[in-house]
Design a protein around this ligand. Structure first.
Ligand SMILES: [Zn+2]
Length: 239
């Protein structure tokens, strides 16, 4: 009887562990593949020029311009660790800090809160896909690891609702993470943030407060739908 119980236990444990293992595998494998590509791109960008997209490009009929140069390393809803979901997309320059320009993907009203060293957010009164909704476009990591800002002097801390056009220079890619000892690889984190319905942006750190950027940029940027292939613009139009 005891050995029977033990067998049942073993079966339950094996089933649970393999289910968990499959869950981890399915959720982490594509972003693990992307991590390898990001590392390779950062080390040898010159060997992979076909991986790069260009700032100012409009992919097909997309309403937004691509906001910077580089390799699209991480996607919306990528998972770097269990339970974490990436709320935006990451463009890796393949250069040092303060070299690769970041431009506005879309026109709107730019705000930089007084404490923001590396970020700006642009209010778009009419979502091009849902004109009765307001959305916000967020750009970050535009500072070095100790927080020296690379944001354009046109947008000092405390800038409120400054009208900008698509293509306006916002700043340059950096590696600021908030922890000077652990900088990120040089990249732009870009996300589309929902409004709270009262004219304020929601907390960008929660994926449920963000939108899948795929249709806005005309690229397959949803991690759940991407098999790990390199993302480039198929029908580029240089503006
Ligand atoms: Zn990111």
């Amino acid at each position: 009887m005891h050995s029977m119980l033990r067998k049942i236990w073993v079966i339950i444990m094996v089933g649970t562990l393999s289910g968990l293992g499959f869950y981890i595998y399915r959720n982490l494998r594509p972003s693990a593949a992307r991590s390898l590509n990001v590392r390779e791109w950062i080390r040898h960008p010159q060997d992979h020029q076909g991986w790069a997209i260009q700032a100012g490009t409009r992919c097909g009929q997309a309403p937004f311009l691509l906001p910077t140069d580089g390799f699209i390393g991480y996607l919306w809803d990528d998972s770097f660790k269990l339970g974490h979901r990436h709320q935006g997309i990451d463009f890796f320059a393949g250069t040092g800090v303060d070299q690769t320009p970041v431009i506005a993907a879309y026109a709107g009203y730019l705000t930089r809160l007084p404490g923001w060293r590396s970020s700006v957010i642009v209010r778009v009164p009419q979502d091009p896909f849902q004109p009765d909704h307001q959305i916000w476009v967020y750009y970050t990591h535009m500072a070095d690891q100790v927080g020296n800002s690379f944001i354009s002097p046109d947008f000092p801390p405390g800038t409120l609702e400054k009208n900008i056009e698509a293509g306006t220079l916002l700043g340059y890619q950096g590696n600021f993470s908030g922890d000077a000892n652990n900088p990120v690889g040089v990249h732009l984190h870009f996300s589309i943030v929902k409004d709270d319905g009262q004219g304020n942006f929601l907390n960008e750190l929660e994926i449920r407060n963000t939108l899948d950027p795929s249709p806005y940029l005309g690229l397959p940027l949803n991690a759940a739908k991407n098999d790990g292939s390199i993302i480039v613009c198929k029908e580029p139009i240089q503006n």
